[in-house]
Design a protein around this ligand. Structure first.
Ligand SMILES: NC(=O)c1ccc[n+]([C@@H]2O[C@H](COP(=O)([O-])OP(=O)(O)OC[C@H]3O[C@@H](n4cnc5c(N)ncnc54)[C@H](O)[C@@H]3O)[C@@H](O)[C@H]2O)c1
Length: 349
């Protein structure tokens, strides 16, 4: 039986929403109905310029958006009521998704929330490589944050294959997203998060409950990517080659190397632009090959990676849609389909 394409609406066309919308357009089993938002600035006008239908997320915003020069095709609620949407990918700012949930429930629409929402909003926190099957057929799912996604890919992969007894990850976060660097951010300092553990460790446990992990975080004064430094104790002795083999076989992880001149986050950002990716997006998590080390007793692994915060969760959003709509029941098939469509690769250069 040939299934018709799943109809997807992206609510909130910011950093994550615009990338999810573009990724949905690239899937042959999904159809982008449009996007909805509450503003009429250049970002939403960009959607219109690309030929994407724009809707108002709140009825009281229709006039304002029209006055701002956006051709509003209707309201989000009317669209949901008329049965024109199967799945809403809610990419509104943190905590707004929780408020939107009752609207999706009212019309029996499936929803994908983002990492800014609490785990309880969806009840299932999702990283495709780790727990795709848990979300099959569910009404709601939450794609975890960029940091948690990276931890679940790298440390989760080591845990599944080598057995992690204790992981500690130190995160140097970017201060602000590029588009809003003119509004906020910090300069010439590093600001530690004094609550320990930072929320990222407990968040990773919502995806991998058996992972013993503690995270510490600080905010840097840059605006490109996050940097993660990990110390991972294993249940058994390993060699560097064992760690490399695991990471080589994990989807959406790539290696970069200091010996190739990849000196910092800036080098990786330049590589992503050289690849010709839209917006210089990197869906993969780049691990510094030369950072991978093992302690003398072979029971602790050290490694450093970059977390491309604007884009690494985009493939997970596509897989999350496939899982909750049961378009595909096997994680590897969905990951492969998503990665082929987005040109996710195993070797950056
Ligand atoms: N920015 C990142 O690096 C990043 C990475 C991973 C996950 N996330 C998560 O993704 C979600 C979205 O973050 P973002 O960075 O894309 O935010 P953003 O601020 O870039 O975009 C949010 C968009 O939602 C719109 N909006 C605001 N209120 C709305 C409402 N009531 N209804 C509909 N639209 C509304 C805004 O106008 C804006 O276009 C958050 O949960 C965040 O934690 C962000």
């Amino acid at each position: 039986m040939v299934r018709t394409a799943v109809k997807v609406l992206v609510n909130g066309y910011g950093v994550i929403g615009k990338r999810v919308a573009d990724a949905v357009i690239k899937q042959d089993d999904l159809k982008l109905v449009g996007i909805s938002d509450v503003v009429a600035d250049w970002r939403v006008k960009m959607a219109q310029a690309k030929g994407i239908n724009v809707y108002a997320s709140l009825p009281e915003k229709v006039d304002e958006m029209k006055k701002g020069g956006v051709q509003v095709h209707g309201t989000l609620e009317n669209l949901l009521r008329d049965g024109d949407v199967d799945v809403v990918v809610d990419c509104t700012p943190a905590k707004v998704g929780a408020k939107n949930k009752s609207l999706y429930e009212k019309y029996g629409i499936k929803g994908v929330f983002q990492g800014g929402e609490r785990h309880e909003v969806a009840g299932i926190s999702f990283v495709a490589q780790r727990n795709y099957e848990d979300a099959l057929g569910k009404q709601f799912v939450r794609v975890v944050s960029c940091n948690t996604t990276a931890i679940c890919r790298v440390v989760g992969g080591l845990h599944e294959r080598l057995g992690v007894s204790k992981a500690r990850v130190v995160i140097i976060r970017r201060a602000v997203d590029v588009w809003e660097s003119s509004r906020t951010g910090i300069m010439n300092t590093v600001v530690p998060e004094l609550h320990i553990p930072s929320h990222h460790g407990p968040d990773a446990q919502t995806v991998i409950p058996s992972l013993n992990i503690t995270t510490l975080a600080a905010k840097g004064s840059h605006n490109l990517y996050h940097l993660h430094m990990a110390m991972v104790e294993l249940k058994n002795q390993v060699r560097v080659e064992d760690v490399i083999n695991v990471l080589e076989s994990e989807p959406r992880i790539v290696f970069v190397s200091g010996s190739d001149g990849v000196e910092g986050l800036n080098s990786i950002f330049e590589i992503s632009r050289d690849l010709g990716r839209s917006r210089g997006d990197l869906y993969e998590v780049p691990v510094w090959y030369d950072s991978i080390s093992v302690s003398h007793d072979g029971k602790e692994v050290y490694l450093i990676w970059a977390t491309p915060n604007e884009s690494n969760v985009i493939p997970e959003n596509i897989d999350a849609i496939r899982s909750i709509t049961e378009l595909e029941s096997n994680r590897f098939n969905s990951i492969k389909k998503t990665d082929t469509s987005l040109n996710v690769i195993k070797k950056l250069y």
